[in-house]
Structure formats: C-alpha cells, structure tokens
Design a protein. Sequence first.
Length: 144
Amino acid sequence: MVNPDIKKRAIELRMLGESYEGISRELGMCIAKSTLWYWFKDLELPERFTKMMAAESIENLRRARNMRRINQLARRKSQSEKIMKENADLKDLLQQPRVDKLVLATLYWAEGSKRMSSIAFGNSDARMIALFLQLLRSCYRLDE
C-alpha cells in the first residue's frame, strides 16, 4: 500500500504540470506510469497544461519521425552497399553476349511495352534506362 502523502504529493505535482518522469524524480522513487495514470485518471488539468502536453507530444512525434527517416536512410544505404558488394562479380558477366541478351529480355519483360508496333521502356530510374539502352545497342544493330 502506498503512503497517502506520496499520492497526495504526486497529485499536487501533476496539477502543477509536472510529467510522470518529473514526479518520480521529485518524489525520489520509481513509480510505474500505470500507477500514476490510475492516480490521475480523474484529474482535470488546467487548460494551459493540456495545451503544453499536446505541443510536447507533437514535438516528440516530429523528433521520432526525423529519427526514423535518418535510420531508414542509413539502413537503405547499408543494404545497398551490401548488395553491391555481394554482386560485384556479376558486372563482368555483362560482357558476354548471351548474358546481355538474357538481361535485356528480362528488363524488357519487366518494364517494356507489350505492344508490337514499337519498343518502349519505362522506368523512373535513369540508370535502369541507360542500362537498357546500352544492352539494346550491344545486342542489336539499331538504326537510331
């Protein structure tokens, strides 16, 4: 059972706008957030504190989103470097005509137009388009 004076002091601190962590720190004891929430569930905080907590919440979300973006970029870079390292030897294969045709056919199958009237290739990555054109030129004589 908790000392009623501790609970009373915690409620006073909360009414002054103190955070759960601040209350635990001020009381010099570790009180579970669930316990504090239970103690405070019926409290009506002054409007300025609810606005302040809402602003803090928005700021915390902004920071969390920023950290997520930074971590996501780092993870993507790491994955890309790993893929490049693991597949560095495959670049030499593109010097073989049969492999070139196979890669060209695969690219066209995935990104090319399936209409018979012309050759069309669509991709948002300029490097992919450049690879397609390089392979097309190396495999076939084109009248450009």
